[in-house]
Design a protein around this ligand. Structure first.
Ligand code: ZN
Length: 180
């Protein structure tokens, strides 16, 4: 979907009003206008991605960190039993979300939310085939997503005073994660 037609991009750029509960340079959080329960918040990355798998890893970690913090704020303020974090492209059948959203859904004893599926029957040989397929794909994903040293980090590591740090990853992702 093109960004100018995406409702969530329009919300993020304030062309469409929403009840915002959170905002930073990368993400906004709004109340869902069709809430599954009281305090249902949608976290919206300001940059358009069709799904979370298109997001650069570092940006995704930041996004998840912020989503968890907002979820924790919901937990503290509205006192539900739990706050679910839900990523899905299809909340109602056939209604596909065009933007990489994370839903924060408070759960209460008397809510009407029902995650139901029919367990599928699978033969042992099918389990093994699926297991091996996913495992080999994970190896490819890991090698594709391994952090690549920046030029500056590579220069830093060449300095004698930094020699002991050689085995450390060049980028400290933790530093950029928001802590509330
Ligand atoms: Zn969008």
């Amino acid at each position: 979907m093109e960004e100018e037609k995406c409702i969530f991009c329009m919300i993020a750029s304030k062309k469409v009003p929403a009840k915002e509960v959170y905002e930073d340079p990368m993400v906004i959080g709004i109340l869902d206008i069709n809430p599954a329960s009281k305090g249902h918040v949608i976290m919206i990355p300001k940059k358009h991605y069709n799904n979370i798998y298109e997001m650069p890893q570092e940006e995704f970690l930041q996004y998840m960190s912020v989503a968890r913090a907002v979820g924790y704020a919901i937990l503290l303020s509205l006192a539900p039993n739990n706050v679910e974090m839900l990523y899905t492209k299809e909340l109602t059948k056939g209604n596909v979300t065009p933007h990489a959203l994370i839903h924060l859904i408070p759960r209460y004893n008397d809510d009407t939310i029902n995650h139901v599926w029919q367990p599928q029957k699978m033969e042992e040989s099918d389990f093994i085939a699926v297991e091996n397929t996913i495992k080999s794909a994970i190896e490819k994903v890991k090698s594709a997503e391994a952090p690549k040293p920046t030029k500056q980090a590579a220069e830093e590591q060449k300095k004698p005073e930094n020699a002991v740090k050689e085995n450390k990853p060049p980028i400290n992702i933790q530093r950029k994660i928001v802590v509330f």
